[in-house]
Design a protein. Structure first.
Length: 383
């Protein structure tokens, strides 16, 4: 693989970087403290193309390549973890299954508004109170055909963007007898009667990215809100998560880069024993390790995106990129706090909240343990 970005990709990176520096990063602290989603910046993302990263141009999207999509999420993560998570979930979880598996009629009905920024965002509800890693066995939210409509009953947990979304793509059980064809994906508009969105969850970090429990009580949606074919929900979900993992890997690279940028600046300013702490080898080694690991993770993310772009199988590359980048981000953010000393533990300085934001990344869209299961399964099948 050629690791140089193309001229177009470099230009895109600069454009997103400048936008984030102006509209997203300055609000990051406020967003985290107030727990308010940054709608002001998000409204400006539509025209820039940041809300249609996985949507073809004919349905209102950007139609950009997978590496450029990863670059956008990394740059957003460098500015604000909360905003980046909501935008990553919107693109990679809410829009992607419709764009990749939906009929043209479904795409036309649901994608143009949300991809262009005319509407709100989107969400994907997989996790339930008793089902996260084990979706196949655990999902109990039920959809039954009732004439020309799906009748949906059940409960979901941890749905990113539910309160700021036009619709929630929902994983439902359509065949109660089980088996791998028992699940389906259905698009549920958030103004549907019987749909209730709980209050924002009180989280450790990412406070500006709303996460909610969602309940479905006799919710009716048209039969043709089904994504793709009935019974293929699990396959569509796993494929969607493969793509989403590239996004979470990219977001983690952005968080780590932001922590390192701050730590480098601080190490050069802070003096002890009559000299900047950047003169000490103990500090230099932490910085050197961070720089090395960030670059390694970025290349793994680009590689997974490149395989996806070429239409090759990329599940293992995406799982490896997600596993390494998310665990790397935690190490880098931990050491950034160490370099800041006592100030690193203060909410007045950015590294504290970046560390809390980074903590989610080894959990959401498949835990590190699940990534290791995916990687080892592929490895053992290959040999
Ligand atoms: C802030 C936030 C945002 C989220 N956004 C969304 C969203 O938008 N949509 C959505 O559907 N979900 C979302 N989630 C849910 C998230 O994807 C799940 O929490 C995650 O997949 C893990 O599921 P679980 O919490 O049920 O943990 P469990 O599956 O109960 O796992 C608990 C522990 O057991 C381990 N474990 C489980 N099975 C195995 C095994 N076979 N071998 C070894 N270890 C195992 C896990 O790795 C973990 O350490 C979000 C969660 C959070 C916190």
């Amino acid at each position: 693989m050629n690791f140089d970005l193309t001229e177009e990709q470099r230009l895109w990176k600069d454009t997103v970087h400048d936008f984030v520096a102006k509209e997203v990063k300055p609000k990051a602290q406020e967003v985290a403290e107030k727990g308010e989603f940054n709608w002001e910046a998000t409204r400006k993302m539509g025209p820039l193309g940041l809300l249609g990263l996985n949507v073809p141009e004919e349905f209102g999207g950007t139609g950009i390549d997978a590496i450029s999509a990863a670059i956008a999420i990394e740059e957003l993560g460098r500015g604000c973890g909360s905003t980046a998570l909501s935008i990553a979930a919107h693109n990679g979880l809410g829009c992607a299954p419709i764009a990749n598996f939906g009929s043209d009629e479904l795409k036309q009905r649901f994608l143009p508004d949300v991809a262009s920024g005319k509407g709100q965002l989107t969400a994907l509800a997989l996790t339930e109170p008793d089902a996260g890693s084990d979706l196949k066995g655990g999902v109990t939210t039920r959809a039954e055909l009732d004439g020309d409509e799906w009748l949906i009953n059940g409960a979901k947990m941890w749905t990113t963007n539910a309160s700021i979304a036009d619709f929630i793509v929902t994983l439902v059980r359509t065949d109660p007898d089980g088996g791998s064809n028992a699940l389906s994906l259905v698009v549920v508009p958030t103004d549907s009667e019987g749909l209730s969105i709980g209050p924002p969850e009180k989280k450790m970090g990412l406070m500006g990215s709303p996460t909610h429990a969602v309940t479905y009580e006799n919710v009716c949606v048209p039969k043709n809100n089904l994504v793709g074919e009935e019974g293929k929900g699990l396959q569509y979900t796993l494929a969607t998560l493969d793509g989403g993992r590239i996004g979470i890997g990219a977001l983690s690279v952005g968080l780590a880069q932001a922590a390192l940028d701050a730590a480098v600046g601080y190490a050069q300013e802070r003096e002890t024993f009559g000299q900047p702490i950047s003169n000490y080898q103990a500090i230099q080694w932490m910085l050197a390790d961070a720089e090395t690991e960030i670059n390694a993770a970025r290349l793994m993310v680009y590689n997974a995106a490149y395989q996806k772009e070429l239409g090759r199988p990329f599940a293992k590359a995406a799982a490896m990129a997600k596993l390494f980048a998310t665990e790397m981000a935690e190490r880098v953010c931990r050491n950034a706090i160490q370099i800041y000393g006592g100030y690193g533990y203060s909410r007045e300085f950015p590294v504290e909240s970046i560390y809390r934001d980074a903590r989610l990344m080894t959990i959401g869209e498949g835990t590190s343990e699940v990534q290791r299961m995916v990687i080892s399964r592929h490895l053992l099948q290959e040999n």
